[in-house]
Design a protein around this ligand. Structure first.
Ligand code: PGA
Length: 262
């Protein structure tokens, strides 16, 4: 059964004190056995947040990672450093990194392979821009990004990673994809994984939706058969809003039939 997974991407927000306060609020109110919950603070706050999560069910993730294990790469943060801090997850290929920092599909693939090699679970982001959607290129873009990320990975990789479908036009805009648009993309992504990595991998891979997820729209999105969770930006910075999204995932999981048995 695919367990729902809700991840909060705090992006370049929060001082050390603010990050610790938010993490503490979440450990008090975000516990559920029905979904995996992950928070991804900025690098600067990982060491402070990690001990606050000890004994809680909330997993720690980073927002990016470099592909080499160590060396002369000024400014980079490597997989062993993240593991050392207690990270279990890492976001890879977020559209903001692709757009503002020129991250290529090839670089995303290298980061993904490095994360897996060090036992981190990558959350791999893919998604089309508005112009690409309007030009009917959505599936071509997703396919190119999937190929870039997953080429060279052994076929059984997919059950160890999480894919996040994040249409760029929905990120931070308040315009989320409709449940139908999300389901259509998620189904196509799952089909691609099944074709390229095998039917069992297709059934096993968890696919999050990301882009303006809020407490108000989370349930409708999460009810879709191929939507296995959410990657939440803005709404993850407020404990109440994030907790409400986690609760929506837990109640959807309790009220719908299990999403595929592996
Ligand atoms: P948003 O961001 O929820 O603020 O749209 C999502 C993301 O970038 O992961």
């Amino acid at each position: 059964m695919r367990r729902p997974i809700i991840a909060g991407n705090w992006k370049a927000n929060l001082t050390l004190r603010e990050a610790a306060a938010l993490a503490q609020q979440l450990t008090r109110s975000c516990e559920t056995a029905a979904a995996d919950v992950v928070i991804c603070p900025p690098f600067t706050a990982l060491a402070a947040v990690a001990p606050l999560l000890t004994g809680s069910r909330i997993g720690l993730g980073a927002q990016d990672v470099f592909w080499e294990p160590a060396g002369a790469f000024t400014g980079e943060v490597t997989p062993p450093m993240l593991v050392d801090l207690g990270c279990r997850y890492v976001i890879v290929g977020h559209s903001e990194r692709r757009t503002h920092f020129g991250e290529s599909d090839e670089a995303v693939g290298r980061k993904l392979r490095a994360a897996l090699a060090h036992g981190l679970a990558p959350i791999v982001c893919i998604g089309e821009t508005l112009a690409q959607r309007e030009a009917g290129e959505t599936m071509d873009v997703l396919t190119r990004q999937l190929e870039g990320a997953l080429s060279g990975c052994p076929p059984d990789t997919c059950r160890r990673l999480i894919l996040a479908y994040e249409p760029v036009w929905a990120i931070g805009t308040g315009k989320h994809a409709t449940p139908e648009q999300a389901q259509e993309a998620h189904q196509a992504i799952r089909r691609w994984v099944a074709q390229h990595c095998g039917p069992e991998e297709g059934q096993a891979v968890r696919i999050q939706y990301g882009g303006s997820v809020t407490a108000a729209n989370a349930a409708g999105l999460l009810q879709q058969p191929d939507v296995d969770g959410a990657l939440v930006g803005g709404a993850s910075l407020k404990a109440d809003a994030f907790v409400a999204i986690v609760q929506a995932a837990a109640s959807v999981a309790a009220s719908t039939k299990p999403k595929a048995v592996v």
